[in-house]
Design a protein around this ligand. Structure first.
Ligand code: VAH
Length: 322
């Protein structure tokens, strides 16, 4: 990777990834793109361009102008929002992906796009979900992720495009607000704990989901993209996860910092149904063996960092307000 173009750069992964990539490869080497511009670091600390990823000509021209050798394609509609407008989700998730893969083929770019644990459905083994197993998701987001994995593998086998992907679990971060996912509760709970000392979860207690702290997700993307291609048996996409937790476990971890934190429930049937489609815990052996995947944050270390970083942000906001 030398000259990188990122789509969906203002999203939950994009915000942190663009910052890290610019630290490693230089600000000028990383073009951030998104469907809108907002005043934040991804837009201000280096090249930024507004891009509708479903416009294949614009996608190609942006990559060509940047002299990109790597495309990291993050623009997509996440699970809960996708269920509200399946046709839009398909157009964006698959139309944008095809634009990106065609651009990568024509410009000989390396290509990354995330898949998700959502690529598994309720018929799949829920604990220790294997790397290679049944994938029959019943959400449009999951269907687009399975189709995306197959399309990326096709572009590798048919055209030799160096495509690579990760099946991400729920990702937890303090930088960007989550955007329409089912696992967003695991992000909101921290901020609400600090501001209100309570949180009402839309996901039921005892609903276990794979999760990962964003620094580990960013490191996994960069490690995979820099891995020796000849060592990869799998490509699209690798199971990765750091922990399997339910709302009660996160609450107990938060109470090490906020002893009187109260967790309540008001279950959202739509997002609860989506969550119950997904594995409880996935097996990450292939990623560990083929390119050295590992994690640095477990639940307790993640909570310590989330609480510290969010307290700093809230303090800054108070200073700005006062
Ligand atoms: C979502 N955060 O909730 C995403 C992710 C595994 C979940 O794909 O839709």
């Amino acid at each position: 990777m030398k000259r990188i173009m990122v789509t969906g750069a203002l999203g939950q992964i994009g915000c942190d990834l663009v910052k890290k990539l610019r630290q490693i490869y230089s600000e000028e080497a990383v073009l951030a793109t998104d469907i809108r511009r907002i005043d934040n670091e991804a837009c201000q600390s280096g090249p930024f361009k507004i891009l509708d990823v479903t416009n294949s000509t614009a996608f190609f021209e942006a990559a060509q102008e940047h002299r990109a050798d790597t495309i990291i394609h993050l623009a997509a509609l996440l699970s809960a929002r996708a269920e509200k407008d399946p046709a839009l989700a398909w157009r964006l998730n698959m139309g944008g992906l095809l634009s990106g893969l065609e651009t990568a083929r024509e410009l000989s770019c390396q290509f990354f796009t995330p898949s998700s644990i959502a690529a598994f459905g309720s018929d799949t083994q829920k604990r220790g979900t294997p790397q290679d197993t049944l994938q029959r998701p019943k959400t449009i987001y999951g269907v687009s992720k399975v189709a995306g994995e197959l399309l990326c593998d096709y572009y590798y086998h048919k055209f030799g495009v160096d495509t690579r992907g990760l099946r991400f679990p729920g990702l937890i971060s303090h930088s960007a607000p989550p955007g329409g996912g089912t696992t967003d509760y695991a992000v909101d709970i921290y901020r609400e704990a600090l501001v209100n000392r309570s949180y009402t979860s839309y996901i039921k207690r005892g609903t276990f989901l794979d999760m990962m702290y964003m620094p580990d997700a960013i490191r996994a993307i960069i490690t995979l993209m820099e891995a020796d291609s000849s060592k990869l048996i799998h490509r699209n996409a690798f199971n990765v996860s750091a922990m399997s937790v339910d709302p009660e476990m996160i609450a107990a971890s938060i109470r090490r910092h906020i002893p009187d934190f109260i967790l309540q429930y008001d279950v959202d049937p739509i997002r609860q149904h989506i969550a119950e489609e997904w594995p409880d815990s996935i097996d990450t052996t292939a990623a560990r063996e083929e390119w050295g995947f590992d994690v640095q944050y477990d639940l307790e270390r993640m909570t310590d960092d989330m609480v510290m970083k969010l307290m700093e942000k809230l303090q800054d906001d108070k200073t700005k307000i006062s």
